[in-house]
Design a protein around this ligand. Structure first.
Ligand code: ATP
Length: 308
């Protein structure tokens, strides 16, 4: 009945990376390394993470009719993502201009490009894709009204059938409408995102992640997952909050760890795991992803996760 375990609706960016000895100040020019171009964007990353694990995955996104758009489509197809829902044209492909200094600190400028042109109308036109997915995963690198349209459609269902379960990672941070929050199952946040959403709540200045999870849960989502880097993740559902510890690994590069975690989590929910079980798997995927450099390049296969 469902063609996809997971539909990701979100961004696709070309990451343009230059290593520098020192990041330039205002009005300054510095020389850097050769340019490296990588497929990225949170939506594209999550879809690749899930498909590489074996998920039946589709992506609804928008890229430009240009070389970066073709690079992004290629990386999705190579990972096994169904790209029939990727719209082409309307603006140049989204780009992240990234400079990285020797300590690993980076400065990033994002041009949203085609991502900003993924509209609620595009979502309505892709209703059959939404109806065919068990889970839909969202982030906030596309317009909030587009995210809200996906959530509304998923919540309403299709012809009497329930719509897909909604997983939302509110990154980059933005205030979330109550009707969007109410449907998240789970809302997936890291420390920064948790504190942002709780900036008007005493729990937001606490150092106890369990307080963040409980306070976020009381805002209305059906469940909450707080990722804690090398500490693992907290799971708060209807009646309990549990810590799923991380695996002890040698972290080489944490870029994309959150996307690998969320893509894996959403997939496991799509194949019927309960939330704590899905998080236990996702923590292993996140740990595998930090042992290798890069974002999509670091995402593991199911065999690699099992071998960890
Ligand atoms: P990023 O922005 O770097 O992609 P994030 O801030 O969204 O990540 P994190 O909480 O840092 O999210 O990491 C997501 C998950 O990845 C963690 O819950 C954990 O499972 C795994 N992870 C991250 N860092 C480590 C680490 N040093 N060792 C083991 N696992 C890690």
């Amino acid at each position: 009945m469902h063609d996809y375990d997971l539909l990701v609706v979100g961004s696709a960016n070309a990451d343009l990376v230059i290593g520098v000895d020192r990041r330039p100040g205002a009005g300054e020019t510095v020389l850097g390394s050769d340019l490296a171009v990588h497929p990225g964007g949170k939506g594209a990353n999550q879809a690749v993470a899930a498909a590489r694990l074996g998920a039946r995955t589709a992506l609804l996104a928008r890229v430009g009719d240009d070389d970066y758009g073709r690079l992004l489509l290629d990386s999705q197809r190579t990972a096994g993502v169904d790209t029939a829902g990727v719209l082409v044209g309307g603006a140049p492909t989204g780009v992240a201009l990234i400079t990285v200094d020797p300590s690993g600190d980076n400065s990033i400028v994002v041009s949203q490009g085609a991502n900003a042109r993924l509209t609620p109308g595009d979502v309505r036109a892709a209703a059959s894709l939404l109806a065919a997915a068990r889970v839909v995963s969202l982030q906030l690198e596309i317009p909030l009204e587009t995210v809200a349209e996906v959530v509304r459609a998923a919540d309403a269902g299709f012809g009497g059938r329930p719509g897909p379960r909604v997983v939302l990672n509110p990154s980059p941070t933005a205030p979330l409408p109550a009707d969007v929050l109410a449907v998240c199952d789970p809302l997936v946040v890291n420390e920064h995102e948790a504190r942002f959403l709780l900036s008007d709540d005493p729990a937001g200045s606490s150092d106890d992640p369990e307080e963040w999870a409980d306070a976020l849960r009381s805002r209305g989502p059906r469940s909450v997952v707080v990722t804690l880097g090398g500490e693992g993740a907290l799971v708060a559902d209807r009646d309990r909050t549990v810590l799923v510890p991380s695996l002890a690994v040698k972290a080489v590069d944490t870029t994309g760890a959150g996307d690998a975690f969320t893509g894996a989590l959403a997939w496991r929910l799509g194949v019927g795991d309960d939330l704590p079980t899905a998080v236990r798997f996702a923590v292993r995927v996140g740990a595998a992803a930090v042992t290798r450099p890069g974002a999509q390049a670091s995402f593991p296969t199911a065999e690699e996760v099992a071998a960890l």
